[in-house]
Design a protein around this ligand. Sequence first.
Ligand SMILES: *Cc1c(COP(=O)(O)O)cnc(C)c1O
Length: 223
Amino acid sequence: MSGSVAERLAAVRERVAAACARAGRPVESVTLLAVSKLKPAALIREAYAAGQRDFGENYAQELRDKAAELADLEGLRWHAIGPLQTNKVKYVARVASAFHALDRPEVARELSKRREGAPPLPCYVEVNVGGEATKSGLEPGALGAFLEEARALPGLQLVGLMSLPPPTDDEARARGYFQTLRELARTHGLPGLSMGTTHDFELAIQEGATVVRVGTAIFGERT
Ligand SMILES: *Cc1c(COP(=O)(O)O)cnc(C)c1O
């Protein structure tokens, strides 16, 4: 991939806008998350200078360290998008503007406790729509009970569902995963849909994504 971060970001923004136009949706209805995991703080500064404000990180300690290093960037919003162990919840509770991978009651309870005195943390509940044995995320059938429990926690604000479906070049199949997530969100009265990556964010927008999480197309391949 060639070009500067600013150029790649501009190209992704154009593709987001075009996908919104095709879907008949306003471009403001989609938030572009720049997924900066494993990428140096200097590249995040470049993206920030180009106007990007929402960044996604997978690993709690990396998030903690980058938030400290980049604390001077006003208005930057961190989104924690990876699975979380209870002993690392504190880092996310302190610095994140949103958490996109909520799928365990222990983590939900701990996050809620750690947000005491702060505004509730907007959370997306992760669903395993591909039915993969090794993937994180709740089975669709377990969603109702989980939501009931999590909605009662004062430190969390449940805003939507999230998924990272198995990669596929079969467009109908990719759409199917996104549609499943959208239907589940509708059934459970949740407005947000965090879905779509470099590989498939345009399809995700077509299927109703409100947040797309794009790493490689902005920052290049991860090693
Ligand atoms: C890494 C990651 C992304 C971004 O993936 P790209 O293919 O680099 O765009 C999005 N969501 C999650 C949960 C990730 O872990």
